[in-house]
Structures are given as C-alpha cells and as structure tokens.
Design a binder for this molecule. Structure first.
Ligand code: GLA
Length: 350
C-alpha cells in the first residue's frame, strides 16, 4: 500500500477488507430494464484498511496519493471522496452505526475502464465499517445501499448490476442475476474457458450524459409501449416510431434474449455458442446502442482475428475494456498477436 497505515494514522489498522472489480460477460444495459445480466468478479479490486479515529475521520487513497477529511456532508463534492462518503451516509440513514474512522484505500483496478472500480470501493468501505462495528448487513442489502449511494449521492444513474456482482459474486463463477427480483445463481466457469479483460488504452469519456440519454430512451420506449421493456416482444417494438428510441429498445430486448441463451451455452459448456452471443452483443452495442468507440471496435476485431471465440466491449462503453473468451491453452499466443496489432492495449485480467 506504499505509505503504511501506521505512518498515516499512528496506529495499526484493526481490519483489512477487499471487494473485487467485475467483468460483465454479457447483458449490457439490461439492468436498466430490470433484466438479466451475467457478470463475473475479477481477482483485482479494492483493499481497505480501517481503524477507529478519536476525531472526525480521514481517508487516504494510495491511487490518488492524497488524504481527505471525511465530513458526512449531505452534498457531494464531485471528487473521489464522494464514493466513500456516499456509502457511509447511506449506511447511517439505514440505521447502521457509522463511527469516526480512518481509512486507507488501495486499488489494483483501473478507474473509468468498465470494471466497476467505484462499486468495488463502495462495497469495500461498507465491509470495513462492518468489520469495526460487528454489525451485519446482507450482501444484497449492501448492494442496494451502494447503488443508492451512486444514484442519490454521487448523482450517477446506474443500474444495480455492478454493486450486486461485487457484493454477492463468487470467484471463478459467473453471476446469473435477475436485476428486478435480485435472485441469482453462481455458474462456475467451464474448464478450459479463459476470460480475458483488455483495456483499449483510452479511458471512458463523457459517459454520464450519454448514459442518462440511453436511460431516457428506454423510458420513452416503455411509455410509448405502455409496457416494461423487460416483457416486450421484438415485434411489439415495431410500434416505436422514433428511430433512435427503436434502436435503443432493440438493443436491450435482444440483449436480454442473448443473456438467457448465454446462460444455457455456459451450462452446456458450448463455448462456440457463447462466443457468438458475445459477438452479437458487441454488434448491438455498436450499432443499436451506440456506446462503442473506434478504439474498442479495433480491439474487438483484433481479439477475434487472434483466435478469440467471442469478444465484446464490457461495461458502459465509451472507452475502457473489452472482454474476450479464449481457449486457456492459447492465451499466451493470443495476447502476443493482439498486443502486436493494438500496441496501446494492456491486460487487466488474463
Ligand atoms: C455501468 C452501470 C451498470 C450497467 C452498465 C452497462 O457499469 O453502472 O449499472 O448499466 O454500465 O451494462
């Protein structure tokens, strides 16, 4: 962690907790319609050390290289500390004990890359508080509070996929999650399947406004159809007269169908079928939902040319990472070929 907790706060931490990042295998933006998603936790994530403080607490971020005071002000500052204050406030409002604490945060997860660094931070902070107070909070409730922190405090109108994947996900398993009922199953990754997560070299940009636009288009479609898109048939979408609204709705409705097929393909250990669904998902995100970038498209193309069974952008898009399914035995040769054609790309997980 670079600077030690003792050198920052004069005492040893009383607990150290971890929350992973996640990669979404398929099911992009379907959480906005309460649909199905299939994310998987990563080995990389956010580590938090914590100890009680005699006065108002502070937080040191090793990534940012700076210390911030933790005032539980009801208004967000727009800075990284919001992702700590938000969860603390939500816990307090939900009736949990939130004493004055000092935190040190370290992450080996890139921020703004589509691998849920903010959800990991929110969940890690909550786990750190509970480690001190001894109170308990179910993982699902924790995910709900973390999402509230993003929606109500940080002002990011995200769905619940990331917080659920981080809070309830199991290493080595994909999480087949229904974002409306919050029921889920852990699906072990079949032997021989390698999930590669590769950053395209360009950080995510201008995502908040674009994200909200997509969400508004979904609401417009639901109002026009007088039915939740989760239950809408493809043929019903023909009633949508506005071309852009049609395209956005077409993506989430077809993507939800792809998630159901992908779950079946994973259970049948059919990597070809799973890979083809990933490829279709990328096409839909590129052409219908329009959240891809030339950098992501080039990396997806290179990943496939180098032998990936399937590849697609992962997370919100607009930069950041792709996910590819490759054969475990081919991963070194695969990466050699990809890094040759896309020299700016780098591995987050392989
Ligand atoms: C971000 C949001 C999620 C989800 C994805 C797109 O990661 O936080 O809720 O909508 O984008 O699938």
């Amino acid at each position: 962690m670079g600077a030690t907790f003792r050198s920052l706060f004069g005492v040893e931490p009383v607990a150290q907790v971890f929350a992973p990042g996640r990669v979404n295998l398929i099911g992009e933006y379907t959480d906005l319609i309460g649909g199905s998603v299939l994310p998987m936790p990563l080995a990389k994530g956010v580590r938090v050390e914590v100890a009680p403080s005699d006065a108002q607490g502070n937080v040191y971020s090793s990534q940012q290289g700076e210390m911030q005071a933790l005032s539980l002000a009801p208004t967000a500052t727009g800075g990284w500390v919001d992702y700590i204050v938000g969860p603390l406030l939500m816990m307090k409002q939900a009736g949990f004990t939130v004493p004055d604490l000092n935190f040190q945060i370290a992450a080996d997860l890139p921020a703004g890359a589509g691998v849920s660094s903010s959800a990991a931070l929110e969940v890690a902070i909550m786990r750190a508080v509970l480690a001190v107070t001894g109170e308990s909070l179910s993982p699902v409730k924790m995910a709900q509070l973390a999402r509230q922190a993003e929606n109500l405090y940080c002002g990011v109108q995200c769905g619940i996929m990331d917080q659920m994947a981080v809070a309830v996900g199991e290493a080595g398993c994909a999480l087949a999650l229904d974002c409306e009922t919050l029921t889920y199953r852990h699906l072990p990754l079949p032997a021989g399947w390698c999930i590669a997560v590769v950053h395209c070299g360009q950080a995510r940009q201008l995502v908040d406004g674009a994200y909200n636009d997509r969400q508004n288009a979904i609401l417009t479609a639901e109002t026009a159809l007088k039915t939740p898109l989760k239950n809408a048939s493809l043929s019903a979408l023909q009633q949508l007269s506005e071309p852009l609204v049609f395209k956005r709705a077409h993506h989430v409705v077809t993507e939800q169908a792809r998630v159901a097929l992908a779950v079946e393909a994973m259970q049948a250990q059919d990597h070809q079928a799973f890979g083809e669904l990933m490829n279709e998902s990328h096409r839909s995100l590129q052409l219908d939902f329009e959240v891809s970038t030339p950098g992501l498209d080039a990396l997806v193309a290179s990943a496939r040319e180098a032998g990936a069974v399937g590849a697609r952008l992962t997370g919100a898009g607009f930069g950041g990472c792709i996910v590819a399914l490759i054969d475990e035995t081919e991963k070194q040769a695969w990466w050699q070929a990809v890094s040759h054609t896309c020299p700016e790309a780098w591995i987050v997980a392989l």
